[in-house]
Design a protein around this ligand. Structure first.
Ligand SMILES: C[S@@+](CC[C@H](N)C(=O)[O-])C[C@H]1O[C@@H](n2cnc3c(N)ncnc32)[C@H](O)[C@@H]1O
Length: 261
């Protein structure tokens, strides 16, 4: 519940990109892992100004894990902004920042320092070679319980990225299968954990005005979680003012079925 409270009151005060559907999905997956006493590091490639990373670091602190954030940090003031956010949230001791290209981060060093990963968010470079290198790192550090999340899947701005993601999950189908999709991200895990993570998302809180459906993708069932555009804007505006929980009362009851946006 503390993760949802954070999403509703602090997440949207931090610069960055993250749809409410994904913020709630991250919270649902991480809470489910905590309930099942699954341990391990949380990794993010592509910290930017720390919006999604702050959620990981908060959960890392609460669960006695470490959140590892990898980024080039090549914008003036970017890394100090992130350091400041982590300090303000009092989670800096549970966060490890690696300021270098993800391609040069070694799997062995990460695992020997922080143990295997149970959550890996790939949101760094958007070219095919970036995706292949980042997924290569994920495959080397992930535990059997790990959720690997791909950003900007099916974003028309990055068609090669989507092709690279599809090629990769087909190549690694014995260890990665999609279980959920949103407008911005694809969620994958070991095939043995798929039902469990689908169940976790079906049972976890979603943002106001959202709905969840089941569709077929690459021959198997996955969840599609979506939020109407108007409700997304309302929620983000309230959450940026620190009162995201209030947005629910301004939102029409969510309906099941397709939304065209
Ligand atoms: C879309 S932003 C990430 C958004 C962020 N997750 C959030 O919540 O707002 C992409 C980030 O990836 C980083 N990046 C791009 N190429 C990279 C690379 N080769 N290695 C590490 N980070 C990279 C960029 O510096 C940028 O901060």
């Amino acid at each position: 519940m503390y993760l949802i409270k954070f999403v509703e009151s602090k997440l949207y005060r931090i610069r960055g990109f993250m749809h409410p559907t994904d913020a709630f999905a991250f919270a649902g997956i991480l809470s489910n892992q905590a309930d099942r006493s699954i341990k391990g590091m949380l990794v993010e490639i592509g910290v930017f100004y720390g919006r999604s990373f702050s959620l990981l670091a908060l959960h890392a602190k609460a669960s006695g894990s470490v959140a590892v954030g990898i980024d080039l940090f090549d914008i003036a003031g970017q890394q100090s902004y992130v350091d400041n956010i982590l300090a303000k949230l009092d989670v800096a001791s549970s966060a490890a920042i690696i300021a270098q290209p993800s391609e040069s981060v070694g799997a062995e060093g990460l695992v020997s320092q922080y143990k295997k990963a149970r959550f890996f968010h790939i949101d760094g470079g958007h070219e095919r070679h970036h995706l292949l290198a980042d997924l290569g790192l994920a495959m080397h550090v992930m535990s059997d319980d790990c959720v690997v999340v791909f950003d900007d899947f099916m974003n028309a701005q990055y068609p090669d990225l989507s092709v690279a993601i599809i090629d990769s999950i087909q190549e690694h189908s014995e260890s990665l299968v999609p279980f959920a999709i949103t407008r911005a991200k694809l969620y994958t895990c070991n095939p043995r954990m798929k039902e469990m993570y689908m169940e976790a998302l079906l049972n976890s809180m979603r943002p106001p005005g959202s709905h969840i459906d089941k569709f077929s993708f690459l021959g198997s069932e996955i969840l599609f979680i979506d939020q109407r555009v108007k409700e997304r804007a309302i929620f983000q505006a309230f959450a940026a003012a620190g009162i995201g929980s209030v947005a629910r009362s301004f939102t029409a009851k969510s309906s099941l079925g397709f939304t065209r946006q």
